[in-house]
Design a protein. Structure first.
Length: 265
């Protein structure tokens, strides 16, 4: 008898652009299940473009109950409270604990903290992507059973089979940032560092390329900073690129830059 797995895929939905690390994780897990032709599992993917406020708290538990799911994978980082009444094993995926460390960098930190506190208690298993995140989780929740936390490192298999192009994707040299464009990533500092570098460098033609899904309000504040520094022609944002294009950007950049305040990996 096949195992029924309910999957909260967050803001990922079939054929959606892969423009964040979490979407990539969900996509790769689903591809791996599909590659096995679902021999041992039946996945039920709960993902919608417009989730709404009641999706996670009410609608999702109803779907899990209706479909008789036996395991629940919470890729969204949230386990609904109502699932405590369901005969289902709950697996929580946590990517970082930035909202505990830098609440001022989030729009609704208290909501995230409350949801995570609840989810950690409800979870039968917690998956993190590094030992440091596991250590932080144990420090944040001293009474947690450390045995229910497993470290599962992120893979790169999906990039290894891509042929690297000999020509650069851009006709100029560039620094590269890849990741979600949100306050925790500290990109205002990266832009300021790049501005200072360019002022001191004899080569004024080096660009900064920022690839990733952007939070609109934060991106607008970055654009204001870029305008203030008069770097509009030198800093380029790209929301979505294919894996083949991404590999090419990695291959030909001068350096990959990251000044994030917290990274779960």
């Amino acid at each position: 008898m096949k195992l029924k797995i309910g999957i909260d895929a967050g803001d990922y939905y079939p054929n959606s652009p892969i423009n964040s690390g979490i979407k990539r994780i969900v996509n790769q897990v689903l591809l791996q299940l599909k590659s096995q032709h679902y021999k041992e599992v039946i996945p039920h993917i709960y993902s919608f473009k417009n989730r709404g406020l009641l999706f996670g708290s009410i609608r999702l538990p109803c779907y899990l109950y209706k479909n008789h799911d036996q395991i629940f994978w919470a890729f969204s980082g949230q386990i609904p409270w109502l699932t405590k009444f369901l005969p289902i094993n709950k697996v929580l995926f946590l990517y970082d604990l930035g909202f505990y460390q830098y609440p001022q960098r989030f729009s609704y930190p208290q909501r995230l903290i409350q949801q995570t506190n609840q989810s950690v208690k409800l979870a039968d298993k917690i998956i993190v992507s590094s030992q440091i995140t596991k250590d932080q989780l144990i420090k944040q929740f001293p009474n947690i059973n450390a045995n229910k936390i497993s470290v599962c490192y992120l893979g790169i298999d999906h990039l290894l089979s891509i042929n690297i192009k000999s020509t650069s994707p851009l006709p100029y040299q560039y620094f590269l940032y890849v990741g979600v464009v949100k306050p925790l990533k500290n990109l205002e500092k990266l832009i300021q560092i790049y501005d200072q570098f360019l002022k001191q460098s004899p080569n004024k033609k080096i660009k900064l390329v920022i690839i990733g899904k952007a939070q609109s309000n934060y991106k607008n504040s970055l654009l204001q900073l870029i305008n203030l520094l008069k770097q509009e022609q030198n800093i380029i944002f790209k929301d979505v690129v294919t894996d083949a294009e991404l590999v090419n950007y990695y291959q030909h950049c001068i350096a990959l830059l990251n000044v994030s305040l917290v990274e779960g990996f």
